[in-house]
Design a protein around this ligand. Structure first.
Ligand code: C5P
Length: 315
């Protein structure tokens, strides 16, 4: 998460994430699932602009607007290999009850500030895709509100606001690859070696996270993320690609045929590993190089399987 100040305006780059590992350990009484997941922020960004309101006339309102920016017009934000949208127009996130607006109202409630703000979100991360776009935007709003309104809220207060907003929001505050446990809010940053070049495809349809969790079955013999971490640090992606794992994939495939189609297509590629991210529907491959990633994007794009783009892991 990169924050830049231009006069009174704060500009935050909010990354997407990929789940390299996701195990479902059990169902909880509160309806959530106990998880262990390894997530890595990647170089596909939404941009949040936050400008504190100047005058008291604005009565503490949050004025929110949202634009889509197709990736071909913003390759700077999609990693050095650039990105492309295919023929599928992106879905727009809801303006009302948006996580950004909810995050700022929560900050106002927790801090007691009467301040308002003008907030503009430029979306590039596909929604309902398992890429964490909405959660990353919410984390960006918490950081921007705390700084821009000069609230001085402590890290643990911001973390607790993040956990209230969504299971993945605390991860994006950590600004690092991390193993997340609990329902996702217990974040342990980890060191990952190598850059990691990925191709992501978001098919035409999305999936609701709640629907996928409802359809999944917790594993009686849970796997652990540390195996992937160990292989990655000792032997690199050449071997770690085989350790990718996502326990939500069978449930998501039972709800969405496009993921099955993507898995079949990715199985034909000479990549180091591939799987679905989060609760889907995005599917990704770990590539051997930036060059291979660009070639694969071109091939997938010609097959019109969805919006395909190249990203790399954020440092
Ligand atoms: O926390 P978040 O709002 O992102 O979760 C969306 C939905 O996904 C939850 O309402 C819940 O149904 C499901 N979920 C779950 N277990 C988790 C995270 C999410 O069952 N650990």
């Amino acid at each position: 998460m990169h924050v830049e100040r231009v006069g009174k305006e704060l500009i935050v780059q909010a990354p997407a994430k990929l789940n390299l590992f996701l195990e479902v350990l059990g169902r909880r009484d509160d309806g959530f699932h106990e998880l262990e997941t390894l997530m890595w922020p990647v170089s596909l960004y939404d941009t949040l602009s936050f400008t504190p309101a100047e005058s008291a006339d604005e009565r503490g309102a949050i004025e929110f607007s949202c634009d889509w920016q197709p990736l071909e017009r913003s390759s700077r934000h999609a990693g050095t290999a650039g990105g492309v949208f295919g023929a599928i127009p992106p879905e727009r996130p809801a303006l009302d009850n948006n996580l950004v607006v909810r995050a700022l109202h929560l900050l106002k409630q927790v801090s007691g500030t009467q301040a308002g703000a003008r907030v503009k979100l430029t979306k590039r991360i596909p929604v309902a895709a398992g890429l964490g776009g909405g959660s990353s935007d919410a984390a960006a709003a918490l950081l921007a509100g705390n700084l821009g309104w000069q609230l001085g809220l402590a890290t643990d207060v911001i973390h607790s606001c993040a956990a209230q907003l969504g299971s993945d929001v605390p991860f994006f505050l950590a600004q690092s690859p991390a193993i997340c446990r609990g329902r996702g809010e217990r974040v342990e940053p980890v060191q990952l070696n190598g850059t990691g070049w990925f191709v992501i495809v978001r098919p035409a349809s999305g999936l609701s996270t709640a629907d996928v969790f409802r359809a999944c079955r917790p594993s009686p013999f849970p796997r652990q993320a540390k195996q992937l971490l160990e292989v990655l640090s000792e032997r690199g992606w050449e071997h770690a690609g085989r350790e990718l794992f996502n326990a939500l994939e069978p449930a998501a495939e039972s709800l969405n045929d496009e993921i099955v189609q993507l898995r079949r297509e990715f199985t034909k590629l000479d990549v180091l590993g591939h799987q679905m991210s989060g609760s889907g529907t995005s599917y990704f491959a770990v590539c051997r190089s930036a060059r291979q990633a660009r070639q694969i994007v071109a091939r997938l794009r010609s097959r019109k399987l969805g919006n395909a783009f190249v990203v790399r892991g954020c440092r």
